[in-house]
Write a protein that binds this ligand. Structure first.
Ligand SMILES: [Cu+2]
Length: 225
């Protein structure tokens, strides 16, 4: 009988959290660097609640396949480990020139993995030192309340506890925006708008890990990293 009472109490305490949590849904408009027109796709923006640090555990994966990082934008909660897999038949490298937290995972072959755990909230650009076209963003968010946009710029963050928050958004071409949002048991709707700070070609013409231009791509079999 006593055990039953304990179970029943837990159930009642847990129930209101689910009932009272609200969703944040909205739209991010991503303009080009000129600010005059919208990008064809508003995907590859991350939207997250700022000002609440709740680290998480676990591992999220960034794959390397067909000489590309997949996905282009990988959100990771503070504390989680990023695992870089290599699904190609050739070797890849992963490095990041982040000003506070740079890393270089070396060069490794098909089927191997390397891992990194990052401490700085925000974007960490990653490249491969062998293939210039390989570009991705690992974006460290401070808690589990985040979402990425679809092609139309839509997003939804589910089950947010009621309260006042700052919602931030960041896009892989450098645009950012933020807005205050009040979450109630019902859905909060937010419209964000940002202007890119970079052209696509400014992103793709990056330097290698020595700060030099990439050589034209050659057979990498003997290319010493
Ligand atoms: Cu590569």
């Amino acid at each position: 009988m006593r055990r039953f009472v304990v179970f029943a109490t837990v159930f009642v305490l847990c129930l209101p959290m689910g009932v009272w949590a609200g969703d944040i849904a909205g739209h991010v408009a991503v303009l080009d660097k000129s600010g005059r027109k919208a990008l064809k796709s508003s995907a590859h923006a991350v939207v997250y609640l700022d000002g609440m640090t709740v680290p998480a555990q676990g591992t999220v994966t960034m794959d390397q396949r067909d000489k590309a990082f997949i996905p282009r934008l990988l959100p990771v909660i503070l504390g989680q480990t990023v695992r870089f897999t290599n699904s190609d038949a050739l070797q890849h490298n992963v490095f990041s020139p982040h000003p506070q937290e740079p890393f270089d995972l070396g060069r490794y072959r098909s089927g191997d993995t390397r891992e990194v755990t990052l401490k700085e909230v925000g974007p960490h650009t990653v490249y491969c030192n062998i293939h210039q076209q390989m570009i991705a963003e690992v974006f460290v968010v401070p808690n589990r309340y985040f979402a990425t946009t679809d092609d139309d710029g839509r997003f939804r963050i589910a089950d947010v506890p009621p309260g006042e928050y700052t919602l931030k958004a960041w896009h892989v071409l450098g645009g950012s925006d933020s807005q205050g949002v009040r979450v109630t048991p019902e859905q909060a709707t937010v419209a964000l708008r940002m202007r890119s700070t970079k052209l696509l070609k400014e992103v793709t013409r990056h330097k290698n890990k020595e700060g030099k231009s990439y050589l034209p791509e050659v057979d990498v079999g003997d290319y010493d990293n």
